[in-house]
Design a protein around this ligand. Structure first.
Ligand code: SAM
Length: 403
């Protein structure tokens, strides 16, 4: 074993066939599947009574009640660097349209997915967007410059969708939803969306989605069960009432089993010296923290423990990296995370973080703005249970047959 890698030679043919069959069935890569099996073995401390190892191998151990994959189509709006795309492709989705106006994010997106997203969403006619099953969007959180919804109601004015202020990006999203009627919406935003602008932003968003006739589910999820980072975000999942007459039995995912990830798992052994803070910046950060401590404020730099998790990575990490610093021991000045480590901290795997096509500054911004693909994937898997269940109920089987 070297550098967390294991090379296994002479894998017998029947095991190779089993790995290939099972990983395809569960839509996992070979590596993900083998790691899952090893994790189960480790959790059971290799106890031989574990069904997986009991005599003849039995596939029921890894069987899931619902298919984990379904060939659906999705659009990736406010796409950033494609955090939603990675997650949705992992569960069988095909991206049919993307929009992102930042040229550096577009560059990353092109490098990773071979396609340049369309630009400003406000300039895109909804009719030019292909039909899709899931609309995914991590839209920016902006206040609505309108009077409160209830006040408008009491004045007999248009409310909800009709009165959402022109110019707000959520309005553009609502217009697309109204025109395209995607069966499912998967939205993500900062945790404080619900308290933003005195609760008005959230009230307008909910009212609008309700006016558009969608069932609404929302939950604040901390990504720390999937990645070694405290990152609370609100996930909003909506189902079209025209398609789902009853409120679907959708539930947000539980935390994955097993040990939560820790920072040490994603750190490089020998990062470039350029990521070590200058003595000047380190002195400044300590003095700044001391001044704030004296005033009773908790603000300041954060040294993250390798055995624990980090604070939330923000888009301003490129400035001084102060929210997540790594101690280097021996009286050395701490360092910030490298962009590659930031990518891993967000749960982007090696095939992405090893192909960063922008400057460090842009990469920090992009990862700090992104969604954690593993959390989205867990949420998407729950959506797929509703979709496949719906298909089965409607048709009796997935495809209708001639009687
Ligand atoms: C919170 S980030 C979304 C990040 C994304 N979920 C990811 O995983 O990388 C919001 C994105 O919306 C983009 N954006 C803001 N206004 C836009 C507009 N008018 N048209 C297209 N994209 C826009 C920003 O450039 C930013 O990348």
């Amino acid at each position: 074993m070297k550098n967390k890698q294991i090379l296994v030679r002479n894998v017998p043919g029947h095991l190779q066939a089993w790995i290939e069959r099972e990983r395809a069935r569960q839509c996992l890569s070979q590596q993900e599947f083998v790691l899952t099996v090893l994790e189960q073995a480790a959790a059971a401390n290799l106890a031989l009574e574990m069904p997986l190892f009991a005599g003849e191998w039995s596939p029921t151990v890894v069987e899931k009640p619902m298919p984990a994959c379904l060939p659906f189509r999705f659009v990736d709006l406010f796409a950033g660097i494609g955090g939603f795309r990675i997650a949705l492709e992992n569960v069988g989705g095909r991206c049919v349209f993307s929009s992102e106006w930042d040229k550096y994010s577009q560059r990353t997106y092109r490098t990773w997915f071979g396609e340049t997203p369309e630009g400003d969403i406000r300039q895109i006619p909804p009719s030019s967007i292909p039909d899709h099953d899931i609309l995914a969007a991590g839209f920016p959180c902006q206040p609505f410059s309108i009077a409160g919804v209830s006040k408008r109601k009491s004045l007999g004015m248009a409310h909800g969708f009709k009165c959402v202020a022109q110019g707000n990006l959520f309005f553009n999203l609502a217009t697309i939803i109204n025109a395209k009627r995607p069966p499912v919406l998967l939205l993500e935003n900062v945790k404080n969306l619900q308290s933003h602008d005195g609760g008005r932003t959230w009230a307008v968003i909910k009212q609008t989605l309700d006016d558009l006739r969608y069932w609404i589910f929302d939950k604040i999820i901390d990504a720390s069960a999937w990645v070694p980072q405290h990152r609370e975000r609100i996930y909003i999942v909506c189902f079209d009432k025209d398609e789902f007459r009853q409120r679907p039995e959708f539930a947000f995912p539980l935390k994955p089993d097993g040990e939560p990830p820790k920072l040490a798992d994603i750190l490089d052994a020998e990062p470039d010296l350029k990521y070590t803070l200058t003595a000047h910046l380190w002195t400044y950060l300590q003095e700044y923290a001391e001044r704030h401590r004296a005033k009773g404020n908790g603000f300041g730099f954060g040294i993250a423990s390798p055995q624990g998790i980090t604070r939330t990575l923000s888009a301003r990490y490129y400035k001084d990296g102060s929210e997540i610093l790594i101690a280097q021991g021996d009286g050395r000045v701490p360092r910030r995370l490298t962009p590659v480590e930031c990518g891993r901290l967000m749960g982007f795997d090696e095939r992405y973080v090893n192909r960063i096509a922008v400057s460090d500054t842009q990469a920090y911004k992009q990862f700090g703005n992104a969604v954690v693909p593993r959390v989205v994937q867990a949420v998407a898997s729950e959506i797929l249970k509703v979709l496949s269940d719906g298909l089965l109920k409607k048709n009796g089987c997935l495809l209708k047959r001639a009687s």
